[in-house]
Write a protein that binds this ligand. Structure first.
Ligand SMILES: *[C@@H]1O[C@H](CO)[C@@H](O)[C@H](O)[C@H]1NC(C)=O
Ligand SMILES: *[C@@H]1O[C@H](CO)[C@@H](O)[C@H](O)[C@H]1NC(C)=O
Ligand SMILES: [Ca+2]
Ligand SMILES: [Ca+2]
Length: 208
C-alpha cells in the first residue's frame, strides 16, 4: 500500500462519514418540519373550531335582538327613533320649536303633533326648560284669557296648587292685554299679549 492509496482511502472514509452526518442532519430537519407541520395543523384546527364557535354565537345574538329592536331603540330614542327632534325628560317628550308664532297658533301646532303646549309643574322641569331655552322666549301652556287673573294650564293642571316661576312683578297684565305666558329672559315667566310671536314648547307622553 503506497502512501497515495492510503490517502485516497482516508478521503473516501471521510466523505462517507460526512455523507452520513449530512443524512442524519437532514433527518432531523425533516423531523422538525414534520413536527412543526403537525403543530401548525393542530393550532389551525383549534383556531378554526374557536372561530366557528364564535361565529355561531354571533349568529345567535342578532337573532335574539331581532325580537327586541323596539326595546333597544326605546332605550336610545325614548321619544321614537324617527322623531329625534323630540327630547326626552323625566318620562315625557318635548319639542322646542324652530319658528316663532302666536300663542294660539303654537297651541294648534302642538295639537297637530299629538301634543300640547308644555306644562311646567315642577322646578326640575323648569330647570330642564331653562337650560334648553337659554334666554330665548318660548310659549308655555298657560293663559288667563277666559277670566282675567285666573291662570289655567292647557292640560287642566290646577294653577293655584302647582309650581310657578313668574319673573318679579309678573304677571302684570300690561295694557290690560296680556293673557298668555312664555318663558322670558333668564327662563322666568311673563304674561304678554297672545298675538306676540315667539318660539314654543310642546310636550307629549313617551310614545308606546
Ligand atoms: C325585549 O325588551 C323588553 C324591554 O326592553 C323586555 O321586557 C322583553 O322581555 C324583551 N323581549 C325579548 C324577546 O327578549
Ligand atoms: C309688564 O310686562 C311687560 C312684558 O309683558 C314688560 O315689558 C313691562 O315692563 C312690565 N311692566 C311693568 C310695570 O313691570
Ligand atoms: Ca291677563
Ligand atoms: Ca307681562
Amino acid at each position: 500500500m503506497d502512501e497515495e492509496h492510503l490517502h485516497d482511502d482516508l478521503h473516501d472514509f471521510k466523505d462517507r462519514n460526512f455523507f452520513r452526518l449530512k443524512l442524519r442532519s437532514f433527518a432531523t430537519v425533516y423531523l422538525l418540519l414534520a413536527l412543526s407541520f403537525l403543530l401548525i395543523f393542530t393550532l389551525f384546527a383549534v383556531s378554526l373550531s374557536r372561530v366557528s364557535a364564535i361565529s355561531s354565537k354571533l349568529q345567535e345574538v342578532p337573532l335574539e335582538q331581532r325580537h327586541n329592536i323596539s326595546g333597544r331603540d326605546f332605550l336610545l330614542f325614548p321619544c321614537g327613533p324617527r322623531s329625534r327632534e323630540w327630547e326626552y325628560f323625566d318620562g315625557k317628550c318635548y319639542y322646542f320649536s324652530l319658528t316663532r308664532t302666536s300663542w294660539h297658533k303654537a297651541k294648534a301646532q302642538c295639537e297637530e303633533m299629538h301634543s300640547q303646549l308644555a306644562v311646567i309643574n315642577s322646578y326640575a322641569k323648569q330647570n330642564f326648560v331653562m337650560f334648553r331655552t337659554r334666554n330665548e322666549r318660548f310659549w308655555i301652556g298657560l293663559t288667563d284669557e277666559n277670566s282675567e287673573g285666573e291662570w289655567e294650564w292647557v292640560d287642566g293642571t290646577d294653577y293655584k296648587t302647582t309650581f310657578t316661576f313668574w319673573k318679579e312683578g309678573e304677571p302684570n297684565n300690561s295694557g290690560s292685554n296680556e293673557d298668555c305666558a312664555h318663558v322670558w329672559g333668564s327662563g322666568k315667566w311673563n304674561d304678554v299679549y297672545c298675538t306676540y310671536e315667539c318660539y314654543y314648547i310642546c310636550e307629549k307622553p313617551v310614545p308606546k
